[in-house]
Design a protein around this ligand. Structure first.
Ligand code: AMP
Ligand code: GLY
Length: 423
């Protein structure tokens, strides 16, 4: 069969790599893709938001299955466009992708259905938000309602910071219309875990757990980024926690969406905080995590195409997900200066070292082919993943492999997965 993947990051590279392992797949296309993806798929120069063009391409080429990797097209309704054209597509429709697209929606859903999450208030006027913040407890968390590339969350330690935050989000509109409404949320402490799942509208199957490192610098210092590295599984995600979440969070979310007439088919990514009072939902995403996917999919044994199709057909209850009894660590190689100012266009050396190795992977995020060379083309450039018998071995392997790659302004954190040694 022919598969089209929509997106251009490390996540889509990992999805394409996994799809290529399916014996049922003859050819993979990726729109728009990147230099790494082009080694296993034919990249097509159509943007992820060009729904009509993508659907026309899928029809022309006789694509059997399209998989949407990114949040923006999902929230914008790409799945509805494909379905109207009679095309098979994996991902939630617009009315379900709102689970990620609106934080106010997801908070209200959790409140209505008793799903554990931080206490919150929603505001659509800066004046009332500021009035509320006069007397709120600190620290407090401000969140832009809409999509903001993962950067619309401000943790404010003082009233002054919170007032400035309201200005940034609602008056200066740093994230555009995403900040028309904001959620003001109680600050929680605890360890974060990412749990990805497949959903077919009624059944949910949980993948193995992972943890992201969002801050730019070692020791969780510096600015928030799209993610500097991940490990899987999370040793903090115990069986007891898994049981609690299965009982109170996962199926409850799927059932709530169904009850609201917003049947969810696709990936639900649960961002959880393991608080002293038990696990609570930090956020939902309606797609695979980046860079969580780069550690979760290399450990997955199932044929991913089969699982995608079961989600579309509503037969997910007939399959068990199966993961290797090992661990994986992904270290992101970024451009020095990310997430602020950085240079790009530097030649990347050493990519060939990963060829024909079973437990080492290099997933491209921001790269570009130029005159037969591959050059850096973004803040996050590559994700180097390695597996190992346990997290410590996987981590040592990933850092060894990170040395195989060279480019002029290469930067990485040196403590991805380090907390595991202390845990
Ligand atoms: P989100 O996009 O909602 O996941 O938020 C991004 C990051 O902000 C999370 O991964 C947390 O590290 C942090 N965060 C979000 N909400 C809270 C909260 N209520 N309490 C503490 N930290 C939070
Ligand atoms: N790694 C966090 C995300 O994909 O949103």
């Amino acid at each position: 069969m022919k598969v089209l993947i929509v997106g251009s990051g490390g996540r889509e590279h990992a999805i394409a790599w996994k799809a290529a392992k399916s014996s049922r797949v003859d050819k993979i296309y990726c729109a728009p893709g990147n230099a790494g993806i082009s080694e296993i798929a034919e990249c097509v120069d159509i943007g992820a938001m060009e729904f009509e063009k993508l659907a026309a391409f899928a029809k022309e080429q006789g694509i059997d299955l399209t998989v949407i990797g990114m949040d923006d097209p999902l929230v914008g309704g790409i799945v509805d466009v494909f379905e109207q054209e009679g095309l098979r597509v994996f991902g939630p429709k617009k009315n379900a992708a709102i689970l990620e697209g609106s934080k106010a929606f997801s908070k209200d859903l959790m409140k209505k259905y008793g799903i554990p999450t931080a206490g919150y208030e929603t505001f659509d006027s800066p004046e009332t938000a500021m009035e509320y913040l006069e007397t709120s407890k600190y620290p407090v968390v401000l969140k832009a309602d809409g999509l903001a590339l993962g950067k619309g969350v401000l943790i404010c330690n003082t009233k002054d910071e919170a007032m400035a935050g309201v200005k940034t989000l609602m008056l200066d509109k740093q994230f555009g219309a995403a900040g028309n409404t904001i959620v003001v949320e109680e600050f929680m402490t605890g360890r974060e875990v990412s749990v990805l799942s497949f959903v077919d509208g009624k059944t949910i199957k949980i993948m193995t757990s992972a943890q992201d490192h969002k801050r730019a610098k070692d020791g969780d210092q510096g600015l928030n980024t799209g993610g500097m590295g991940t490990f899987s599984p999370s040793p903090f995600y115990t069986e007891e926690i898994d049981e609690f979440c299965k009982k109170n969070i996962y199926q409850a979310t799927v059932d709530a969406m169904k009850a609201e007439g917003r049947e969810f088919k696709g990936i639900i990514f649960f961002g959880l905080m393991l608080t002293a009072e038990g696990p609570k939902v930090l956020e939902y995403n309606a797609r695979f995590g980046d860079p969580e996917t780069q550690v979760v999919l290399p450990r997955m044994k199932n044929d991913i195409i089969d699982v995608f199709e079961r989600c579309i057909d509503g037969t997910l209850d007939e399959v068990e997900l199966d993961f290797e009894d090992n661990a994986a660590v992904c270290v992101v190689l970024a451009s020095e200066g990310y997430p602020e100012k950085y240079e790009k266009g530097y030649e990347i050396h050493g990519l060939d070292n990963f060829k024909d190795k079973d437990s080492y992977f290099v997933f491209h995020a921001g790269t570009r082919a130029e005159n037969g060379r591959i050059v850096t083309n973004g803040g996050r450039v590559l994700g180097v993943t390695a597996t190992g018998t346990d997290l410590k071995t996987a981590r040592a392997n990933a850092y060894e492999a990170a040395k195989w790659i060279g480019f002029a302004n290469k930067y990485m954190r040196s403590d991805i997965g380090k907390a595991i040694d202390e845990g």
